[in-house]
Design a protein around this ligand. Structure first.
Ligand SMILES: Cc1cc2nc3c(=O)[nH]c(=O)nc-3n(C[C@H](O)[C@H](O)[C@H](O)COP(=O)(O)O)c2cc1C
Length: 193
């Protein structure tokens, strides 16, 4: 079975359970001996990978340009289940970014404008008040239906090469499985938990 389908099913189950982590993942990157991790909203899980949105002015994008290998972590406390998806990052085509972007929360859309015209994401800003004033002015000047995705608004897919699933069992031994993609099929092995 494709482990990404298991992940997708567990994500939906976690959502039904009211799991605070059901909408998010943790993306780790590494370059020049400098590891980093951050929380991101999961936009989609397909049979081939995990989709997230980011802004290309950010530090994470600069890291991705240097090293496309990444691991995404999912932890669903309500299911006592952890997934680790390892693979290479691929930028999404402009057309699919536009569709997704239009469904983003309004505040996130204004922030994407601010990354273009106020300061790049992850960089030092003069003050929080200066940013708030800038966004308020933007809201005043630009109606929500006039907003279009700026060039730096982007999205990526982490193409899964391997997936590891750890299921904790308080009363018995834990279950730890590793799935590795081989051409179009998945090979499954058991790991010592
Ligand atoms: C619950 C939550 C959801 C988030 N979702 C996103 C997201 O979808 N995209 C994004 O770029 N940053 C998101 N962030 C912010 C990132 O964690 C991070 O602070 C930001 O992207 C800057 O990261 P960087 O400096 O590594 O580029 C989210 C943070 C939290 C706490």
């Amino acid at each position: 079975m494709n482990p990404l389908r298991e992940l997708k099913t567990d994500k939906a189950l976690a959502n039904c359970n009211g799991d605070a982590n059901s909408e998010i993942c943790f993306l780790s990157l590494s370059d020049n001996d400098s590891p980093s991790v951050r929380t991101l909203v999961v936009r989609e899980i397909s049979d081939s990978g995990v989709y997230v949105f980011l802004n290309k002015t950010s530090n994470k994008w600069k890291q991705i340009e240097r090293n496309k290998l990444s691991e995404v972590l999912f932890w669903y406390p309500s299911l006592k289940t952890q997934y680790r998806v390892f693979g290479e990052i691929e930028e999404l085509p402009r057309t699919s970014i536009k569709d997704h972007w239009n469904r983003r929360p309004l505040q996130s859309k204004y922030m994407d404008y601010a990354y273009e015209h106020f300061a790049e994401q992850s960089q030092e800003i003069p003050s929080e008040k200066a940013l708030k004033d800038f966004v308020n002015e933007l809201k005043h000047q630009t109606e929500p239906n006039k907003l279009v995705p700026p060039p730096s608004a982007s999205g990526i897919r982490i193409n899964a090469a391997s997936v590891e699933k750890l299921l904790l069992d308080e009363h018995n031994v834990h279950s730890r499985k590793k799935f590795t993609k081989e051409s179009e099929s998945w090979r499954q092995i058991f790991l010592m938990p």
